[in-house]
Design a protein around this ligand. Structure first.
Ligand code: CA
Length: 364
């Protein structure tokens, strides 16, 4: 496979242009632009779940429409074809051609994948996309997944999340001790070091676990998705900010052989559709969160509170430790972490004088 076939978004379109240009360097294998494909896509989300799940249905619809039906993708909810957290393995094995989830679900298998979803106290959604598409992040991601025969694409972003729902007040660092909280990825490890007991479970099990007291707290996404799960009926305190996920990116994983089997125009359609989903999802969540947060503000049974600064400071300090420990023992982690944090350092001042400074003027 030629290197350029692995590039995404705008670059894939450039590859297509090169293909029809004068270079003659166009290798689409044995496929032609009239071949049709039927793929299956497994996801980590409940079937047709608002926001996350519907983004994948939207992706399939866009690809079918743009390709005049030459690439049709059937979407399966978590558990329908394979369990919610096994999309990565199913795509890697070639059981299905495509999968959609958040790359931090690969923690334990490919730890460094977490950088492409969310790192506590890390990049926001604007910065994550800046790093992925223009700062070398996507190349590092492709390199990380290549041994698993998977080509990843950024495909969706929830924006900054909320800290989560708690059935007890968090007034000091001591209140984290013994707290049983559903929180995946690196955020879970950070909470463990702060004295909590992190658990991981698919979204579909969260409401019942919180309501029955099997867990004391959960983070999920933000007002839009949390209200749709009814989490405000299972816990009283809604804390912010979402330190654990400052801009959670989602991933579309494609089996590398399936990807190679597509002619260049369908590859370009898939790459563009994934990028469009990221933009569309941010628009949907920005609107949906604004509406759902108002509903929660008006709900007498819900208290919306900021985490105390000393709690955030402790969590940030544990995050630094975890990141450094992983850098010391995992070369892939270190390589990606170095790129990620170098970009974050460059970006912070720009965010401070633009996004943050501008939002502050609303309170003047
Ligand atoms: Ca989350």
């Amino acid at each position: 496979m030629k290197r350029r076939q692995f590039v995404g978004g705008l670059a894939a379109t450039a590859g297509l242009a090169a293909c029809s240009g004068q270079s003659g360097d166009c290798d689409n294998g044995s496929t032609t632009s009239t071949d049709s494909f039927e793929w299956s896509c497994v996801t980590a989300w409940p079937p047709k779940y608002p926001g996350l799940g519907m983004a994948v249905e939207n992706l399939a619809d866009r690809i079918a429409a743009a390709s005049s039906g030459r690439l049709r993708i059937k979407v399966y909810g978590g558990g329908e074809l394979v369990p919610a957290f096994e999309a990565f393995d199913a795509v890697s094995r070639g059981t299905v051609e495509m999968g959609h989830d958040a790359s931090y679900y690969q923690k334990g298998k490919v730890d460094a994948a977490q950088f492409f979803a969310a790192i506590p106290f890390g990049l926001n959604h604007l910065e994550l996309n800046g790093w992925l598409y223009y700062g070398g992040g996507l190349d590092l991601w492709r390199e990380l997944y290549a041994p698993f025969n998977i080509v990843p694409f950024p495909c969706g972003n929830t924006g900054v999340q909320m800290g989560g729902w708690f059935n007890r007040e968090i007034n000091s660092v001591g209140d984290l001790k013994g707290l049983k909280m559903r929180i995946p990825g690196l955020g879970g490890e950070v909470m463990r070091r702060a004295g909590a007991t992190p658990v991981t479970m698919p979204g579909s099990e969260i409401f019942m676990s919180l309501q029955t007291g099997a867990i004391d707290a959960t983070e999920w996404v933000g007002p839009y998705n949390d209200v749709s799960f009814g989490l405000h009926k299972a816990a009283k305190y809604y804390y912010y900010p979402g330190w654990q996920e400052p801009g959670a990116g989602l991933e579309c994983m494609i089996n590398a052989d399936a990807w190679a089997s597509l002619p260049a125009d369908l590859q370009a359609i898939v790459a563009s559709a994934c990028q469009a989903i990221t933009a569309d999802m941010m628009a949907e969540f920005t609107h949906g969160n604004a509406t759902a947060l108002q509903q929660l503000i008006n709900d007498a049974n819900v208290e919306i509170r900021p985490f105390p600064d000393d709690v955030l400071r402790l969590l940030k300090s544990h995050t630094r430790d975890v990141v450094n420990e992983l850098s010391a023992k995992d070369p892939a982690w270190k390589k990606i972490a170095d790129s990620y944090y170098a970009f974050m350092e460059r970006s912070t001042e720009n965010q401070r004088v633009t996004e943050w400074a501008n939002i502050k003027t609303r309170d003047l």
